[in-house]
Design a protein around this ligand. Structure first.
Ligand SMILES: O=c1ccn([C@H]2C[C@H](O)[C@@H](COP(=O)(O)OP(=O)(O)OP(=O)(O)O)O2)c(=O)[nH]1
Ligand SMILES: [Mg+2]
Length: 170
């Protein structure tokens, strides 16, 4: 008998997107929204992991999902881990395609160059944001329509802090 897939902490609303989920690890909670209205459902580490300063690791979450067509899920960092320990996600936000049936994994990076960080199995290490995504049809042209921005970018509007000479920025 399958276990109920309902997250009892948050009331479901009309329009909620049904996402099929399979546990690959019975000892972990399913992803859950901490508050009503939260965009991200927290993902749990399936293993203990210690990240040396500057080190990264691919951390399994113990779940696999099937998203409806036209949706994707994005693996975002948690701000608390970032602010407190300097832990982020290398490829943030990670993209989980609707057709992906493998385990969701999180490529954590310890950006702190002095302190190691130890994360435990069961810690919430990232958050999953499920979104509708459009599919583009690419029409090749020889010239693009004009725009006010044109090809300006990469700080063209100014307001960037001055680079410190020691850091070796251009
Ligand atoms: O943070 C992430 C990012 C991706 N994935 C899984 C789901 C996604 O559908 C698949 C492929 O991701 P992506 O397309 O970003 O990686 P790739 O390097 O382009 O691999 P591929 O050649 O398999 O597409 O890996 C994760 O579990 N976590
Ligand atoms: Mg890819």
């Amino acid at each position: 008998m399958d276990e109920p897939l309902t997250d009892h902490r948050v009331q479901h609303r009309p329009g909620d997107v049904p996402v099929l989920i399979r546990r690959l690890d019975d000892g972990l909670p399913l992803p859950s929204y901490a508050h009503p209205g939260d965009a991200g459902a927290d993902l749990y580490a399936a293993i203990d992991v210690e990240l040396a300063p500057g080190e990264r690791a691919v951390v399994p979450t113990g779940i696999a999902i099937a998203l409806p067509d036209g949706y994707a899920a994005f693996v975002h960092p948690r701000s608390g881990l970032g602010a407190k320990f300097g832990v982020t996600i290398v490829n943030a936000p990670g993209t989980v395609d609707a057709g992906y049936r493998g385990e969701i994994k999180v490529t954590l990076l310890n950006t702190d160059l002095r302190r190691p960080v130890r994360l435990r199995r069961g810690d919430r290490i990232a958050q999953l944001v499920v979104q509708r995504v459009e599919r583009a049809v690419f029409h090749e042209v020889s010239a693009l329509p004009g725009s006010v921005r044109g090809d300006n970018g990469f700080g063209s509007t100014g307001g960037l802090p001055a680079a410190s000479p020691e850091a070796g920025h251009n």
